[in-house]
Each structure stands twice: as C-alpha cells, then as structure tokens.
Design a protein around this ligand. Structure first.
Ligand SMILES: Cc1cc2nc3c(=O)[nH]c(=O)nc-3n(C[C@H](O)[C@H](O)[C@H](O)COP(=O)(O)O)c2cc1C
Length: 266
C-alpha cells in the first residue's frame, strides 16, 4: 500500500462489466490513527483557524496555493456525491469595491436590527475584509446538480446546502495550514450580489470568502475578545441518550478536551 492508495487504487481498478462498479476491495487503504505529530498538526489547524477581518496582508495568493485550498474544498463530502459547489474567484479590486458597497448597505440595515448598547457594539465591529484581502471567493450551491432525485436528498432537500458548508470548512482549514486567513462574509442581499458576479438566478450564493496571508491571528474567536458572544461549554450541548439528559459520565472528558488559549497558538 502506498501513501496515496485511494488515488492509485481508483486509477487502476476498471469498472465491473456487469454492474458498472469497481472492485471495491482494491479501493481500500489502511485507516488507523494518524501519528501523534499528524494529529497535532490537524488539531492545530482546527484550533488555530479563525475568521479573519483585520489581519490580511497585501501579499498576493499564488495560484498553486489557491488551487490547493480549492482542491481541499472539492474533496469535501457532499450528499450523493453531488458536489453542488462552484467557486467564483475575484481578484479585481473594482469588482471587490462593488461587493463592498453591497456589504456596507446590508451592514447598516443589520445594525438597525439591534438595540441600545448592543447596536453600539455592533457598529464598532469590523465584520469583513473585502477590500483588504487580496482575493475574494464567492462559493455557490447549484441546487439542480445531480438531477431531479439525488441520493440522500430525497427526504432532506436542504442537505445540498450543508454539503457546500462542508466544502467551505475544508477550504478554511487548508487555508490555515497554508498561512492564509479566511473571513466568511454573509451580510449581503445575495440577490444583489448575483448580477455583479454573473451568477445565474437558480444558483444559491452561500458565502463570500475574503482570503489572504496573515501574520497574526486571534487565539480565540474575535467576537469573544470583543465581548459580543462567548463559546458555550460543550458539556451543556451534549446529551446522553435523549434530548435534555446531561452528558453525565462524559462531562469530565469534555471539560478536559475544551480548547484553551495555548492550543490555539501558532
Ligand atoms: C455561516 C457563517 C457566516 C458568517 N458570516 C460572518 C460575517 O458576515 N461577518 C463576520 O465578521 N463573521 C462572519 N462569520 C464568522 C463568525 O463570526 C465566526 O466564525 C465566529 O465568530 C467564531 O470565530 P472563529 O471563526 O474565529 O472561531 C460567519 C461564520 C459562518 C460559519
């Protein structure tokens, strides 16, 4: 077995003539735990990933690096292997200015939805890096991909959207490993964003991602540092067997595994 068995196995295994499937046994690879160093690296990406608004540097993102993080996105799970995503890569500054105008309009509306001190705090937050990040990627979901009936979507029609969210998370983690920051901007009227990017009517815009190199990142969510919200204790969110039943025996382990500032560093 090689380090890349899935890829080489797939290439070498011809489809079965009668069923159209490949010999499944030749497509498997050992699946034991990673080495401690590899686990540490994965954990570091998970804990050190942040939503970035302010920390982007102007350093351009090379095509090969962009290709790697898009490949990470494209390797995400998707319902029925439908891969309903597309990625519109926007480097052009004039276009990003237009996108930023849409954000500014929506953000002013959003501020008005909060009251009193909360509104003042909201207005003090910077919630995007559309112009400071050298690159924007609009991630979309094609809800028609895979045809009229998609395996796994028969009873939960929205799982195509969840698939695209998985792709975005893959990209986000891969970006962290590359030294890139990613900021997800959702404060838009996406119907106004569509014509700017030529996105067809039937396509759903899932995210505008600001992407660029970062020298520093917050060690915990910036919204926590700015006292907008706090990470909830995991043990309050895990139930034992039925909804509402506290995690009980699992609680000490959940507390022990909770992220701390040190884990997020790097
Ligand atoms: C679906 C989604 C939409 C988001 N939209 C925005 C946004 O419009 N502006 C923003 O500043 N952050 C946005 N975020 C980032 C969250 O605020 C951030 O993930 C959260 O505060 C936790 O911080 P962390 O990602 O650094 O751990 C979004 C995140 C998700 C998952």
């Amino acid at each position: 077995m090689t380090d890349e068995p899935a890829r080489s196995g797939f290439a070498g295994a011809p489809p079965d003539a009668t069923t159209g499937t490949r010999d499944a046994t030749s497509l498997r690879a050992p699946a034991g735990p990673f080495s401690q160093a590899d686990r540490d690296a994965l954990w570091r990406a998970i804990m050190g990933r942040r939503d970035v608004r302010n920390e982007f540097t102007a350093r351009p993102v090379p095509d090969d690096v962009l290709a790697r993080i898009l490949t990470a996105a494209h390797c995400a799970p998707s319902v029925g292997l439908s891969q309903p995503w597309n990625f519109v890569v926007v480097r052009d500054e004039a276009k990003r200015r237009e996108v930023h105008e849409l954000f500014s309009h929506a953000n002013a509306e959003a501020a008005g939805m909060f009251d009193g001190q909360r509104q003042a705090l909201y207005r003090s937050l910077k919630l995007e890096g559309i112009l400071t990040a050298p690159l924007g990627v609009c991630v979309t979901c094609d809800r028609t991909r895979g045809g009229r009936v998609v395996l796994g979507r028969t009873h939960q029609p929205d799982v195509d959207l969840y698939s695209v969210a998985c792709a975005i998370q893959n990209l986000w983690l891969a970006a962290r490993a590359e030294g890139l920051g990613v900021g997800w901007v959702s404060i838009f009227d996406t119907e106004e964003l569509k014509p700017l990017l030529g996105v067809p009517e039937h396509i759903v815009i899932m995210a505008w991602l600001c992407i660029g190199y970062v020298d520093e990142l917050f060690t915990s969510p910036e919204l926590e540092a700015r006292r907008w919200a706090r990470r909830l204790p995991l043990e309050d969110l895990v139930f034992d067997g039925v909804w509402g039943e506290p995690a009980g025996d699992l609680a000490p382990a959940l507390r022990a595994a909770a992220p701390d500032q040190g884990q997020a560093k790097g």
